[in-house]
Design a protein. Sequence first.
Length: 296
Amino acid sequence: MKNQQTMKRGALCAAPVGLAGSAGRMLAGAVALLLVSGAFGGRAWAIIGGEPDGNHHPNVGAVIFYDSAVGGVTCASGTLIHPRVLLTAGHVIDMIESGRVVLLGVSFEQEISPEDSRTWLEVSEIVGTFTGATASPRDIDIGAIILRRPVRKLTPEPLPAEGFLESLKNAGQLLAGAEGTRFTVVGYGMRVDWPPPEPSWWADECPQRNAAESGYLGLNVGWLFLNQNLAAGYGGTTTGDSGGPTFWTDPETGEEVLVSVSSWGDINCIAHGLAYRIDTAESLGFIQDVIDSLEQ
């Protein structure tokens, strides 16, 4: 399914794409010489206001691209939900299909080295729907990357029950404010230099998987609205985190539940983030269709 529109942070949040293998190996060495460089002052690594994830979410991976506009390797993010399926954002798929980026592969390493493609997994197919990012209930931003071979060493993330977030809201477990509900966001996004806040791709550092906590702002039938205001004690997503997961944590058991994928936010990545819900009938149906297609 072809995506139809560009979006506020879509061109930023995702990055270049192509298949791993011979193309990835040929580009990997050359790309390292092309990475953006420069002098920087203070930095906040994306995820904004977060910390290196370590091995807390090993099934969250990087979608690795070559972007001629940037002149190097960039990435988006996603979550393994089946041994061969990485769930991501639809606008990530749109960037690949449009030829704006060349897909190199997928990696689940904590730190991604643009110079070493040995851990990059090959992709066999991509599919997704992206109709825009205005937070309208009618907008769609969901995609899937199908790996050529199953990932055996990682456990796929379980999917939420349909209407999971409504259930939380009806039970009074979705609250805004300083003492309100927090969600964990994970991804391989770019850095933000201060001041002023200015997102940019990496220079001499390697992208790594990071995690942060965002606050609850609101909910509609398609989108989860998150507060990532650093001054209020939150963190959040930025460019390159697109497609990465949002988790709700059960306050009693500590169990995390995957509820949405990172989509877009304010241009400087410092105020709010919007994530596309996957606990809806439409999203779960899309995912099931992808999984079913592998068994045919």
